[in-house]
Design a protein around this ligand. Sequence first.
Ligand code: ADP
Ligand code: MG
Length: 727
Amino acid sequence: MSAIRFNALQETLNRTPRPIEDTVRRSELFAQNVFNKQTMLQYMTREAYDSVMNAIEFGTKIDRKIADQIAVSMKDWALSKGATHYTHWFQPLTGATAEKHDAFFEVTEEGYVIERFDGGQLVQQEPDASSFPNGGIRNTFEARGYTAWDPTSPAFIYGTTLCIPTVFVAYTGEALDNKAPLLRALQAIDDAATDVCKYFDKNVTKVNATLGWEQEYFLIDKALAASRPDIMMTGRTLLGHSSAKGQQLDDHYFGSIPTRILNFMRDLEQESILLGIPVKTRHNEVAPNQFELAPIFEEANLAVDHNSLLMDLMEKVAQRHQFKVLFHEKPFKGINGSGKHNNWSLSTNTGVNLLSPGKTPMKNLQFLTFFVNTIKAVCEYEELIRASVASASNDHRLGANEAPPAVISVFIGTQLSQVLDELENVTKGKLSPKEKTDLKLNIVGKIPEILLDNTDRNRTSPFAFTGNKFELRAVGSWSNCAGPMTVLNTIIAKQLKDFKQEVDVLVETKKLKKDEAIFNVLREYIKESKKIRFEGDGHGEAWEKEADKRGLSNNKTTPEALKAKISKKTIALFEEMEVMNKVEVEARHEIELEEYTKRIQIESRVLGDISRNHVIPTAIQYQNTLIENVKGLKEIFTNDFEQYATEQLDLIKRISNHISEINSKIEKMTNERKSANKLNGQKNADAYCYKVKPFFEEIRYHVDKLELLVDDNLWPLTKYRELLFAK
Ligand code: ADP
Ligand code: MG
């Protein structure tokens, strides 16, 4: 084994796990570093507190005097916790989080040294944002960006910094981040869903979208990861032959968690708990060294913030435990990838989960209304949903040989399928008294019983109903949930808005009873959205063919998928629902295309470097040993030396062969890159996708073959078996 690999492994094995003490109950630690309602009450005047609550509940503005009061309370609390700095914490379009720290520390005009923080600093800040991607928005408007406090997500202390969750917008009002459109989408679904709820319960005045994400990730020893330039630069292995043992024994899933990993998890959970992230579940995943963490679900905006915060936290805690966490959707070839399931539902201020059937037929009709409208919305905008989860790294799951496929479909289980099939036959127009009773007793009335024993689950479906929520499984483990959540909530808001209009028309013009009208509209929706429902195996060609016949999209690559983000239909949707205007939509598309191109470009360069600087020299070194050996054999067995050197000669030839293949393919790939770089936007991304990227697998094939031929002592790259099984 090479010295670099040996040292790295040695370091791993010598490491003693860092024990974590769970002496204090989690319920006592929960949210201690969060400026939540209880803490606000403790530190704020009643007036200031009420003003924040109104801002959260009704979106009312907080006036400057009150903002000053709030800022002082926040500062007092933060100082009492040992904070020295504050930052506006925001989510730029790079998908990560961004922050610029300022000290509270200040020298006054009188020359006194104090800690200061006022309303102006709380409500509005100008980060130097010229280097965040903005898709041309700020050039167009020649305006600068500013961050503004989002009171719906509480401030928290991270290390010694008070972090204030903010939106990031241009002075002209265009959103420059992931959060502003999400907040608008959540407002849209609140308005639309509340209106529909009023058919069933007049007391409903607010509907929150809820999100419970499940984060998958890999943990790799830090020293081993550092020995792989591809992992460090791209987040995945671009090379590496599969190890003899992979995941075929299924011995990792739900197996016992190794001590060193468990120590990391406990540390991470403790930090999360202090920050008010309600982490609940942890377990091994299917692949070796793959794990999952899931919290209790929360209001969607908060859940999105918590996921971003958690990902940040994971990297920091992993450092402490000498691990590197990999969020890439497919870090290892031939090994299961990672996703981030987004469990989604709607919940009223009266405490009702709208995707959970109730105790009475009327409550069940409410459930059916939201259930069918969701399916209809997904059917109408399936291509946009696919686009919302598109990224260079997620392309290794969607559209590659991994669940879920790139075709978006909805799974609801056989029992609920039967219910919808029956509802499809509801009479058009007025219903007879017998039909009404029949519907109530035999169809709608039976739903809760059905759901109780509805255990059939489909693991390959990208959008599945799982008892009392839908689960969007196509989201990538590396992505920010804000994108898909903005799309999902917007399309369902639009759908509910249309539904309400159609029902109202039937009630007013056709003089139908309210529930008759609802049944009539639902019947049509069920028919119209039939093509999106699929209960079978999402893997493989059969479904792709069937999906094609049904007219569903199957966009396998990001450049292809992203087109749906700037279609007329999409722009009309976002403008109608007041989530984004055309400029904002187009700016995002531009940024995402560019990000795609850059990622493939980096992978291509790294692959070229490793192959030329690490792999080929090593292969030549080994080949020279073989050549020396053959020369020696020739000296000893002058006449019949070939008889003793057959294997060596064959190896020498094979190595030469692989080296020349690698070299010529890198040459060709580099030329394709040069041509691609002359193009812009869509054409640039297409060139990287269809001209540059195909070389990756071709080059890898030869490098991986060399890995099997070359002396293990010389091989410079840490191998799969070491990356995946070192604990
Ligand atoms: P699994 O899908 O792994 O079997 P569960 O069904 O218990 O597990 O829940 C998975 C995730 O769904 C959890 O993270 C949970 O927080 C989330 N979840 C449960 N109910 C809701 C809801 N009403 N809205 C959003 N997320 C939810
Ligand atoms: Mg799940």
